[in-house]
Design a protein around this ligand. Structure first.
Ligand code: GDP
Length: 299
């Protein structure tokens, strides 16, 4: 919880100061509510969520004297209610042999790092984890995944740069089966500037995986970089149009004041948020907990 709190400190500092600039001790009239709504929009919670939160405050406290602490406390409670339904850890089914997780997202969002962190987490739980370097386009991405493989003691299936990503996914599943792996994490390319190519590539990867195991991929995780703020919405829409996104991991919450975007995403898409990234090391992937997140965000 402390790590989460310090990770989210940039977001909470911004929100706390913008709320207290609207309210220190004040009557919660229409004007105060309007200013509060604007402050929440500025904190990346999005217009729909901001309106919903202020309406809820108005319902219980309209025209009453309130303090900023009281307002933040009430907001944290309402935000936790929004986040609660999406706060779901990833469930790995060991009987799947292997449970296949496809990891998608734009370049730089933190896919490879998240895979490395997940490899560490699930290996520590006693699962046999394998990694597939499916971003075959970038040599650096393959190298980076191999480093995570060494670090976590997990085997990495890779091919030469430019190799067919679907072919690699095929090899990886065969290899994971042969080795009796419980979990296979497949990295993918994220060249969003060429959406047609990316779409063709990801669709082929999914098709080939399903050929080997009709129930796979068992999860398709979209990794989102929180620092992009409202842009995250269009990334969700884009990837939903290409693959069957089953859940989110939101990264880089340590380096941004845009932590409110997660609330807006939860409200809009209702996709499970499996974990959050609050740093670059193996231990910096944290479970996403509604109450802790809401409280950390509201200082
Ligand atoms: P990919 O292109 O989607 O595979 O992204 P990478 O995994 O290579 O990550 C891009 C950069 O973001 C790297 O420098 C990572 O160390 C960094 N990164 C990833 N996740 C986090 C996070 O949660 N917090 C911080 N501060 N940096 C992160």
């Amino acid at each position: 919880f402390q790590k989460l709190k310090s990770g989210l400190s940039k977001s909470s500092t911004k929100i706390v100061s913008s709320i207290s600039s609207v309210i220190t001790k004040r009557k919660l009239d229409d004007e105060a509510l309007e200013e509060l709504e604007e402050a929440l929009i500025a904190a990346d919670l999005g217009p729909v969520t901001a309106a919903k939160l202020t309406a809820s405050l108005a319902k219980s406290r309209f025209d009453k004297e309130v303090t900023d602490e009281e307002v933040r406390g009430a907001l944290a409670e309402d935000i936790a209610i929004i986040l609660d339904p999406v706060a779901k850890p990833l469930e790995i089914d060991r009987s799947k042999g292997p449970h296949v997780v496809l990891v998608v997202g734009v370049n730089g969002s933190g896919k490879t790092t998240t895979i490395g962190k997940m490899a560490q987490h699930y290996s520590a739980q006693g699962l046999k984890v394998m990694l597939a370097a499916g971003d075959t386009f970038r040599a650096a991405a393959v190298e980076q995944l191999k480093i995570w493989g060494d670090r976590t003691g997990c085997k990495v299936v890779a091919r030469e740069t430019g190799a067919d990503a679907a072919g690699l996914a095929y090899d990886a599943i065969e290899s994971a089966r042969a080795e009796g792996a419980d979990l296979l994490l497949i990295d993918t390319a994220g060249r969003l500037h060429n959406k047609k190519d990316l779409m063709a590539e990801l669709e082929k990867v999914v098709r080939v995986i399903a050929k080997l195991d009709a129930s796979a991929p068992h999860n398709t995780l979209l990794v989102l970089d929180a620092t992009v703020g409202q842009n995250a919405h269009s990334q969700v829409e884009t990837f939903q149009s290409i693959v069957n996104v089953s859940g989110l991991v939101v990264t880089k919450l340590d380096g941004t004041a845009k932590g409110g975007v997660l609330v807006a995403l939860a409200e809009k898409f209702g996709l499970p948020v499996h974990a959050i990234g609050v740093g670059e090391t193996a231990d910096d992937l944290k479970p996403f907990e509604a109450d802790a997140y809401a409280k950390s965000l509201m200082g």
